[in-house]
Design a protein around this ligand. Structure first.
Ligand code: RB5
Length: 152
């Protein structure tokens, strides 16, 4: 079962450390007929991951894209940035079981991967898992409802 939403492209973003993996995943999505929107970066020149992560998260908050896939060297910086957005649940994942649980339990809407620590083939398996795993709901819905910062 796919989590893709009719008419909405997958949002992609990375910094320079994730650029090559992002390019490989764009081809992979294209090969599977999955539309995407790339929020950058657009080459391997050194750059700052928040510049692209905020654009990606904001587009998802405007319901222009769903879901998202992001990567930087470790995945940490881009995940930290994405998760500043109230509507975003970005999950840093490095193997398929963690991806599956991020969907089933956390309804993760952005898959974040550590580009310098995984292979392209491992990333493709994680993307498949992410796109094919539904949220379980139930007690997990109650828990994710408590995540937003209510003081804002
Ligand atoms: C870039 O060198 C690296 O710091 C970045 O990709 C990421 O790992 C930060 O969290």
């Amino acid at each position: 079962m796919s989590i893709l939403k009719e008419g909405l492209p997958v949002a992609l973003c990375s910094d320079h450390a994730g650029y090559e993996l992002k390019e490989q995943l764009k081809q992979y999505l294209c090969d599977h007929g999955i539309p995407y929107k790339d929020f950058g970066t657009y080459d391997s020149t050194s750059c700052d991951y928040p510049d692209f992560a905020h654009l990606c998260a904001a587009a998802m908050e405007r319901h222009e894209c769903y879901p998202g896939i992001a990567m930087c060297g470790t995945g940490n910086g881009i995940a930290m940035t994405l998760n500043k957005h109230q509507a975003i649940r970005a999950a840093l994942c490095w193997q398929p079981d963690i991806v599956r649980l991020a969907r089933e339990h956390n309804d993760a809407n952005i898959l974040v991967m550590p580009a310098r620590f995984i292979t392209v083939e491992e990333a493709k398996v994680m993307v498949d898992t992410f796109l094919d795993t539904p949220f379980e709901g139930g007690r997990h819905q109650r828990r994710i409802d408590k995540i937003p910062n209510l003081k804002r």
